[in-house]
Design a protein around this ligand. Structure first.
Ligand SMILES: C[S@@+](CC[C@H](N)C(=O)[O-])C[C@H]1O[C@@H](n2cnc3c(N)ncnc32)[C@H](O)[C@@H]1O
Length: 202
């Protein structure tokens, strides 16, 4: 087991508990953002950190979706939710796929949690085809300075109870640093949640 898979197990949130909370958030409006995340994706699609599979029903029916997560228990729920989806237990930092195997990589609320965002993004770039694209729905460090400071203070405690989630990551900057091109970020909730999209880049 590599370090990231180990981390995910150690700080694991019960998949059923997570699924209940995520379901409530979906009802409260997150489902609309999930629809935006999946809109128009096609071909060979890799969803990283799919968890219990809450994003899977949003993907267009024609897409050939592979879903990964280091938590086998969560992924078992995902497979039940979406039987047509191929599921593979794996951490984002070590994706067990060939180079250039996918047209799209998508993730929802995952780059806040991965142990090493730059290593995870490097893997996502590696498995994308040259014209491939990444799309990610993420909560990120607030553009409001006072709130960002509070997020920084609360993040260690939050991470301990929320599966290693960080409240204060600048994920857009991480995409740029990882070599993605044409990075865009559509803000929601005052910029605290963003829909990121980028090309693989040369
Ligand atoms: C907040 S949940 C989001 C789950 C799902 N994407 C959703 O939208 O409901 C974060 C997910 O990241 C996964 N995760 C944690 N560490 C990871 C890693 N190193 N690589 C990939 N996924 C990871 C967790 O197991 C969990 O399923």
């Amino acid at each position: 087991m590599d370090d990231s898979a180990h981390d995910a197990r150690r700080r694991r949130v019960s998949p059923r508990l997570y699924d209940g909370v995520a379901g409530a958030l979906d009802h409260a409006g997150l489902a609309r953002l999930r629809a935006d995340l999946s809109r128009g994706i096609e071909g060979d699609v890799l969803e990283v950190g799919a968890g219990t599979g809450r994003q899977l029903p949003h993907h267009p029916p024609g897409a050939r979706v592979t879903a990964t997560d280091p938590d086998a228990g969560a992924l078992a729920l995902a497979a039940r939710r979406s039987p047509a989806t191929r599921t593979v237990v794996a951490a984002a930092e070590a994706l067990p796929f060939d180079d250039a195997a996918f047209d799209w990589v998508v993730c929802a609320l995952v780059l806040c949690t991965v142990r090493d965002p730059l290593a995870a993004l490097a893997e996502m770039r590696r498995v994308l085809r040259p014209a491939g694209r990444l799309r990610a729905l993420e909560h990120v460090r607030s553009p409001n300075r006072a709130l960002a400071r509070a997020e920084g203070l609360a993040s260690p405690l939050w991470g301990a109870v929320a599966g290693g989630c960080h409240l204060d990551r600048d994920t857009r900057a991480s995409l740029v640093a990882a070599g993605f091109a044409g990075v865009t970020a559509r803000p929601h909730l005052g910029g605290n949640i963003v829909l990121l999209e980028a090309a693989r880049g040369a």
